[in-house]
Design a protein around this ligand. Structure first.
Ligand SMILES: [Zn+2]
Length: 451
């Protein structure tokens, strides 16, 4: 419906009257019908698109009064969301950076044998970025155990991400030796978690602006999740404007947070990653730029399996929304062959900061099947082992079509874990220089093959 001038005035005065209830006083959450022309208009106008809802066919953006005027003059079909419910700021039960640190130290003191704390780097303002490893013999790096990474909060206002990670930590540590599934996952994997990645941005959410998204560079901020090399600035999937919510930064990996994540991922080379965001109820996987699709079909297969489990829509960013370049999933996949996902939790009816008492537990419980699927899937179809003769890579070819599926890079510690869909493959190990090593035929079924 088209907003009438009178109604607009009425709503504006409501907003002004209730202005003290939320930090972003000059912003309005606007809801549109989801059409291609609206998507194009939002993109062209460089607006802060906050979420999408495929069930109800709506898309939402946070706009200033100026931007609102421009949208009206473009005759965009929109209607307001009353912001009281969605822009009220996070409930105090959600965690601050300081509380995340205290929580992790407390978990480590209660479960010292199966947890290890690590600071992966410092934010721009010098805050520690904390990671935790959950594994048996947590102090030792075990080459035979695959690494898996779960991280939350690239974007500061998305406060439910850390809660999902906290639920992963609690389930695994409290379930160790009391629940068979958790015990097996902890014994057989090196599970790494980063509950709150954008610590500076989150502090700003608490102190100054509940709708802050980026890091705090220069007061304008860089979108850390548009700052990764790999696909940085390749498809108009980010902005060059400092004030934009998806400002990509002056160069790839210009931000200390991005560099910390890159260094960390290079060290642990996880088989899988899930980066938790909100909101939209989506499972996203590479690539971010139209029309690129990941070379291995297993990536979309697992993504869609998780989508079915969660009742979330699954696809690439450009299939479900529009181009996104410089994201962590593109870089992890292109540089380290991680199988990476973004999961956008919560819907338009909950937004970035839903009532903690009403939505926290519901959301983390609903999201369990996906991360549990990843922990199970690492034992599903594929092959793994430790290279014994210094081999550097494995060329994997489909036996029938002879198409190359992947040129897999063996990890620094000599280990490899290759996730594949079931079928017949030819695999060929290669050393530093091209060799004449013969290829070997393997049949991949539903269980991981130990070579
Ligand atoms: Zn996000």
């Amino acid at each position: 419906m088209k907003l009438q001038g009178l109604l607009k005035t009425a709503l504006l005065s409501t907003l002004v009257l209730s202005g003290s209830l939320f930090a972003s006083e000059d912003k309005f959450l606007v809801r549109f019908d989801l059409t291609d022309s609206v998507k194009a208009l939002l993109k062209k106008s460089d607006l802060d698109v906050t979420g999408i809802n495929y069930n109800e066919n709506i898309i939402e953006a946070l706009v200033s009064e100026d931007e609102l005027g421009k949208l009206q003059s473009n005759k965009a079909n929109f209607h307001y969301m009353l912001p009281k419910t969605l822009l009220r700021g996070p409930d105090e039960e959600y965690k601050t950076p300081q509380e995340i640190e205290e929580y992790l130290k407390d978990v480590h003191s209660r479960f010292p044998e199966i947890t290890k704390l690590k600071v992966i780097g410092q934010s721009l303002e010098g805050r520690d970025i904390w990671a935790m490893k959950i594994s048996d013999n947590a102090e030792i790096e075990e080459a035979s155990e695959p690494a898996i990474l779960f991280n939350g909060m690239h974007h500061a206002r998305e406060v439910m991400g850390p809660e999902v990670i906290i639920d992963i930590i609690d389930t695994l540590t409290q379930g160790y030796n009391t629940n068979d599934q958790s015990t097996n996952w902890v014994n057989n994997n090196e599970i790494w978690v980063i509950p709150m990645f954008n610590v500076d941005g989150n502090q700003k959410v608490w102190d100054a602006d509940s709708m802050w998204r980026k890091n705090t560079r220069g007061g304008y901020g860089v979108d850390i999740n548009r700052n990764y090399p790999g696909s940085w600035n390749t498809c108009n999937g980010s902005s060059s404007r400092q004030g934009a919510q998806d400002y990509r930064g002056p160069s790839a990996a210009s931000e200390p947070e991005t560099q910390a994540m890159m260094q960390f991922v290079s060290e642990i080379t996880p088989v899988f990653d899930i980066s938790y965001h909100s909101y939209s109820e989506l499972v996203l996987y590479p690539y971010g730029c139209r029309p690129l699709k990941a070379e291995q079909d297993v990536i979309s297969v697992i993504g869609k399996e998780m989508g079915t489990m969660l009742k979330y829509k699954a696809g690439t960013p450009w299939e479900l929304l529009y181009n996104a370049d410089g994201g962590d999933i593109d870089w992890m996949y292109m540089e380290h062959q991680v199988i990476p996902y973004v999961i956008e939790v919560n819907s338009t009816s909950q937004g970035f900061q839903p009532s903690y008492s009403k939505w926290r537990q519901v959301t983390v419980e609903r999201n369990r099947p996906a991360w549990m699927h990843i922990l199970n899937r690492v034992e599903g179809s594929g092959f793994k082992g430790v290279a014994k003769n210094g081999e550097k890579s494995i060329v994997i070819t489909a036996a029938k079509t002879k198409a190359i599926i992947q040129n897999y890079k063996i990890k620094k510690d000599g280990s490899y874990v290759v996730i594949l869909t079931p079928g017949e493959y030819e695999i060929k190990f290669q050393g530093e220089t091209p060799t004449t090593m013969s290829s070997k035929k393997i049949t991949v079924s539903s269980k991981m093959i130990q070579l």
